[in-house]
Design a protein around this ligand. Structure first.
Ligand SMILES: [Zn+2]
Length: 298
């Protein structure tokens, strides 16, 4: 029900603008444990870091393949991070930023072992761009800070020379019984057919692996809340996937891309899976299968 959610997002933005709600229970932070048990080799920083100023440490990291393979580059974006928790559910125990990083880290290990180079938007609990406390209001990023952070993720994907862009998020809805898997891509880019294929491959692999309700593949204008650009026109796309719009998205991503939402964190059963190391491994393995199917297709 992306339309409904768009309405919810708009309502949320209005509420935030008036400062009437508080989203985050700061006592409920969950610390991801799995990475400590199985640490990846220290990432090396991208040379293009110079071209991308004000990055957080651990952001836009290049990770070499650990076995011989095609050497193609996959850009993995663990949604949110740092000051930006994303979805906060389960009384503050389920944070989207933790689940996305857990999945992204495991996916990176799998892809590298399959011979791919991986560039990760972030490798730690941070935003990608350096932010200050004033960029967060009532536990959520300001629209300006979120915009800068998403633009930096697209810039990192471009600097990486990635063949595919995967942004990992989790879903939320007011009704806790709602669950399932959905995937988004942008339909107006010149490479939209490839993005659609990527989104479809990822969605199919996730639904098979997780046994979730198949909520389908959608275009990003069905997810993005319309945002006024500086020129006053409406940008109805995801910043990370959408087309150029002067003054708003000056450096759009230049490769096939998709945004996955494997599970709903507002559904207690699905939230347990998303927060559990074995659940995150299951999601990562499905995403790897979908990516490899896309990358190896003639
Ligand atoms: Zn998200």
């Amino acid at each position: 029900m992306p339309r409904l959610r768009t309405a919810l997002v708009l309502a949320l933005l209005v509420a935030l603008a008036f400062g009437v709600i508080r989203l985050v229970d700061s006592t409920g932070v969950v610390v991801a444990t799995a990475d400590k048990l199985n640490p990846s080799p220290a990432p090396s920083s991208l040379a293009n870091r110079v071209l991308l100023p004000d990055l957080e440490s651990g952001a836009c990291m290049s990770l070499a393949p650990t076995r011989a393979g095609s050497g193609q580059t996959v850009f993995i974006d663990a949604g949110h991070g740092g000051l930006d928790p994303g979805v906060v559910a389960g009384g503050g125990k389920a944070l989207e930023k933790d689940a996305t990083l857990g999945v992204a880290t495991r996916l990176s290990d799998l892809l590298r072992a399959a011979g791919y180079r991986v560039v990760m938007a972030r490798t730690q609990d941070t935003t990608v761009i350096k932010l200050s406390a004033s960029d967060s209001v009532y536990g959520s990023l300001t629209a300006s800070a979120e915009h800068r952070d998403l633009a930096a993720r697209a810039a990192c994907a471009n600097a990486a020379g990635a063949t595919a862009l995967l942004s990992i998020h989790f879903d939320a809805f007011a009704d806790p019984t709602v669950g399932g898997t959905e995937t988004f891509y942008d339909s107006v880019r010149t490479f939209a057919p490839a993005s659609r294929k990527l989104a479809t491959d990822l969605q199919s692999a996730l639904v098979v692996a997780l046994g979730t309700a198949d909520r389908g593949v959608w275009t990003d204008d069905q997810l993005a809340a319309p945002t006024l650009t500086s020129s006053g026109s409406t940008y109805n796309h995801l910043i990370e996937l959408g087309p150029m719009s002067a003054g708003w998205v000056d450096e759009p991503s230049q490769m096939a891309g998709a945004l996955v939402e494997p599970l709903f964190l507002t559904n207690p059963t699905e939230a347990r899976l998303a927060g559990d190391p074995s659940g995150q491994q299951l999601i990562a393995a499905a995403l790897e299968a979908g990516l490899v199917k896309f990358l190896t297709a003639g």
